[in-house]
Design a protein around this ligand. Structure first.
Ligand SMILES: Nc1ncnc2c1ncn2[C@@H]1O[C@H](COP(=O)(O)OP(=O)(O)OP(=O)(O)O)[C@@H](O)[C@H]1O
Ligand SMILES: Nc1ncnc2c1ncn2[C@@H]1O[C@H](COP(=O)(O)OP(=O)(O)OP(=O)(O)O)[C@@H](O)[C@H]1O
Ligand SMILES: [Mg+2]
Ligand SMILES: [Mg+2]
Lengths: 256, 256
């Protein structure tokens, strides 16, 4: 039975896709059968593992609106243990199309059920909003990992996100838990970054991951080659820090 | 009659709010009567000019769903010529509430009509998505300014954005024009930034602004003081570059 982790934060550009792609790749490197599920109409995670979004025929969109099974959209990536459910621009329309449908928040949960035993991990990359796509992820998921940039605006949105997670836990998914907050794009020369990091550890003490993802240009270069960081530059600080994150995630799941 | 400019890009974290707040502040410094309209449920622009989003009673939300006039939500900021229509988290619900309503895309346009002669400029900060809020902005606006980070993922989304702008122009707002693309968070030491910048000038030649906004930590510090950059640190590279942008915008509007 797969452990489902959604990478979620309505604040834009905080490293959701970079964390989804690279955490999934590191779990696959540890020989965990991993499915990366792209739920963002921008389809950045799809590009990040080497696919061209304009060539995608079946995606998470068809599964959500009930046209196809999610299984029929699964693609094999370059890595043995990593598969992808791609996204496409049509997903923008899913939010409007789902509004009138009964049980609109549980569509994804029901799509995933038939394939849940084929994987050890399912990693869901969410769009930068708290709309129906993110609600579907929060309803289907076991855990949430929240990437946070060490910037002022990124801090502000956390209260709204926590409130949404709490509401989904109460009404739609009682087993939902925050697995952790991961600090991203950390620049140790910058005072603001240290201040935000201290603030977060104070307010969210129990769930901030020990590893901090540094700002590392290799992480932003890798997507243009369609490769996760461990295939693009395994010696980089970016690759090392995502290995660390995967180790912390595995430790939590297999030691408790 | 106000010139309405929407700051738009579905890619997250590219500098939409930073551009909205600072362009509006620089236009106000040039004694143009300017209204900053926050259309993002995150309400970052509201914070960026000194208000606490949890204390907001009336916002763009009430105007969109028809409860109040937009005029009743206008707040005066620290700067003489700068006013704000704030946002609040409730705006997340507007997208779902508007779906079933006739003329759902033209709500904002109709809200703005009564106040259009009170300002020289109205600057709209959009959320990171191509949903109903952004469609409302694109239908109400005269121009679009597209902030683009010099990163691979940010480039990818431009084709979708251009297609959406073209569709809105055809069906809802024939006078809609792209005023320009502004490169943001530019780090001259980074090869990728130069490559992306060249690529953009090649593909979008006619509309890339001359000024490039550099990565400048003072720009990310200013929001924690609730001040636009020209009030927080007028000598910074960030402030200088946004002055330049305002000059280019004014030159286009008053010299043609
Ligand atoms: N640690 C890092 N160091 C340097 N660049 C990074 C890092 N993490 C992410 N980036 C770059 O920053 C940009 C934003 O990251 P990313 O796209 O992963 O964020 P996101 O939260 O998924 O954005 P969106 O809200 O649009 O979905 C990307 O161009 C990415 O390549
Ligand atoms: N030129 C710059 N130099 C340094 N930091 C910047 C610059 N422009 C923006 N920032 C910082 O980068 C982060 C992202 O910028 P901003 O919030 O303006 O982007 P956005 O596109 O509005 O994001 P969203 O998609 O969430 O609405 C913010 O923390 C901001 O302070
Ligand atoms: Mg993303
Ligand atoms: Mg913003």
């Amino acid at each position: 039975m797969a452990i489902i982790i959604s990478i979620c934060n309505q604040k834009g550009g905080v490293g959701k896709t970079t964390t989804s792609v690279n955490l999934a790749a590191c779990l696959a490197a540890a020989e965990k059968r991993t499915l990366l599920l792209d739920l963002d109409p921008q389809a950045n995670a799809t590009t990040g593992v080497g696919f061209n979004k304009s060539e995608i025929k079946r995606s998470s969109y068809q599964a959500l609106i009930g046209k196809d099974s999610i299984e029929s959209s699964v693609l094999k990536t370059e890595m043995n243990y990593l598969s992808l459910v791609p996204s496409q621009s049509a997903l923008v329309g899913a939010e409007l199309e789902l509004v009138g449908i009964v049980s609109r928040e549980t569509r994804l949960k029901n799509c995933i059920k038939p394939i849940i035993n084929q994987y050890d991990y399912i990693i869901i990359d969410c769009p930068p909003s708290l709309g129906l796509l993110t609600l579907n992820a929060l309803t289907a998921t076991n855990y949430v990992i929240i990437p946070v940039q060490c910037e002022y605006y990124a801090m502000e949105g956390l209260a709204d996100l926590k409130r949404t997670i709490y509401l989904v836990k109460q009404r739609l998914n009682p087993s939902l838990e925050i697995k952790g907050i991961v600090l991203t794009m950390f620049d140790s020369r910058n005072n603001l970054a240290h201040q935000v990091s201290e603030e977060l550890r104070k307010h969210f003490n129990e769930v901030v991951f020990n590893v901090v993802i540094p700002r590392n240009v290799r992480l932003s270069e890798a997507p243009s080659y369609g490769k996760p960081i461990i295939l693009y530059d395994v010696k980089s600080k970016g690759a090392q820090s995502y290995f660390e994150l995967a180790k912390e995630v595995l430790k939590q799941d297999f030691e408790v």
